[in-house]
Design a protein around this ligand. Structure first.
Ligand SMILES: *Cc1c(COP(=O)(O)O)cnc(C)c1O
Length: 417
């Protein structure tokens, strides 16, 4: 970050922001792509980098939103501020379709509707004490780390980009991308399955070992299930609450961004079980639900009625068919990416229950070297694994969020490398 010599009359800033690593991943990608495009203006670039969806919104959602807009134009159908927790009809649908259907005892009153999992997974720090020891996997979704840095819960970063005060749990091919339970005790653990960026999936046993650790150590699991809809095997856990005891030690984040293409529409939800407890400095027990409800009531005014109606339509009969088709479309892209890369001789991971394929860069090549190679030789933009953490070095992420045409074209180019 740029530091300018300050005059005496400016306000003090949150200095924690200055600890954030300067060359953040996506700006650096843009810089290199821009430089390449200036040199090679006619290159036909294919972007398989950023984790945003590409296909249009499902018809069921659009129809519901249009109806909601018309309702809003009538005296009887107008809606002002909604309930801070979200409308009950949406929370009921979520509880029924996402939880009860999989045997999880989650009630509508344990669900909080929001405008995104990115914000929820950052904002959750508001209700958690400052002295908690925090564990993240490495590589990791950068939001978990940066939100802790901004909140002053870390020291400074070292040369490899690791922040003092965080416990990093390496995930790699050797441990099947399932982090080992830490030796040092930690209080907060961020887990993301299906995983961004590695595309890995957790077995029930793996999640059970975390739940058991959390219960033994009075720890809290922050479980990000944004890619739950991409799981192709019904036996794999879609929710942390499929594990016995998770109600007492886990918060779950879910989103309509990836399953229903709501990245630009904005709707998500967070589950906080009623019997999930934390403790105060003098060891009194407090319900986290009460704190989050208080937090949301003060700092959040809910998601638009129109958008919540759109999200509710995800659970209609048509909506379910349409989101399955969307997910299948992206998973076919992932299968094409997997088979082409593996034919080309790459070691690949993920992409079977997640829209991301995690690739080992060719021998001795760093993530950024492989980025430059793909950009220059194949005009493909991907994401360097090292941008997700020190242990991502030597790896590369390709996303299945793209048109079929682009995916096929990109894979032909890789086969000709
Ligand atoms: C895309 C994504 C989300 C969803 O974020 P929204 O703010 O709901 O769009 C959450 N977690 C991970 C790891 C993601 O990649």
């Amino acid at each position: 970050m740029k530091l300018i010599h300050a005059s005496a009359f400016v306000v003090q800033v949150n200095s924690n922001y200055l600890k954030l690593k300067a060359g953040y991943l996506f700006p650096e990608i843009s810089r290199r792509v821009k430089a390449f495009s200036l040199d090679t203006p006619h290159a036909d670039l294919i972007r398989l980098g950023i984790g945003d969806v590409t296909e249009p919104l499902p018809l069921a959602c659009r129809t519901a939103m249009k109806q909601a807009i018309d309702e809003m134009g009538t005296d009887s159908g107008f809606h002002g501020y909604g309930p801070e927790q979200g409308y009950e009809w949406l929370r009921e649908s979520i509880a029924t379709f996402d939880y009860k259907s999989r045997g999880c005892a989650i009630g509508a009153d344990e669900i909080f509707i929001s405008d995104g999992s990115k914000c929820d997974s950052s904002n959750i720090l508001d209700i958690l004490g400052e002295s908690n020891r925090i564990a993240v996997t490495d590589p990791v979704y950068p939001v978990y780390v940066d939100s802790n840095v901004m909140a002053g819960r870390t020291g400074v970063a070292n040369e490899s980009g690791r922040y003092e005060g965080l416990t990093y749990l390496p995930i790699n091919a050797a441990n099947n991308f399932q982090a080992q339970i830490p030796q040092d005790p930690v209080d907060l653990i961020y887990l993301c399955f299906p995983n961004n960026p590695t595309g890995a999936i957790a077995t029930k046993d793996h999640l059970a070992s975390w739940v058991s650790y959390a219960r033994k150590n009075d720890a809290l699991i922050l479980f990000d299930a944004a890619y739950e809809a991409f799981i192709q095997n019904e036996k794999l856990p879609h929710s942390i609450y499929e594990i016995d005891g998770a109600h007492e030690c886990a918060i779950e984040f879910r989103s309509f961004s990836k399953n229903a293409g709501f990245t630009g529409t904005r709707c998500a939800f967070t589950v906080i079980p009623k019997n999930l407890r934390g403790k105060t400095l003098i060891n009194e027990q407090v319900n986290l639900w009460d704190l989050w409800n208080r937090r949301q009531s003060t700092k959040f005014n809910g998601v638009s009625y129109i958008i919540q109606r759109g999200a509710e339509a995800v659970y209609s009969k048509e909506g379910q068919i349409q989101i399955k088709a969307l997910v299948n479309f992206y998973m076919e892209n992932a299968a094409i990416i997997r088979s082409s890369l593996s034919d080309a001789g790459f070691s690949i991971y993920g992409g079977q229950h997640a829209p991301y394929v995690w690739i080992k860069a060719p021998e001795q090549m760093s993530s950024w070297e492989f980025f430059d190679l793909l950009l220059e030789k194949a005009n493909i933009v991907g994401t360097p694994g090292s941008g997700f953490g020190a242990s991502g070095e030597g790896y590369f992420r390709l996303s299945a969020f793209n048109s079929r045409e682009n995916v096929e074209k990109a894979m032909k180019r890789i086969e000709c490398l």
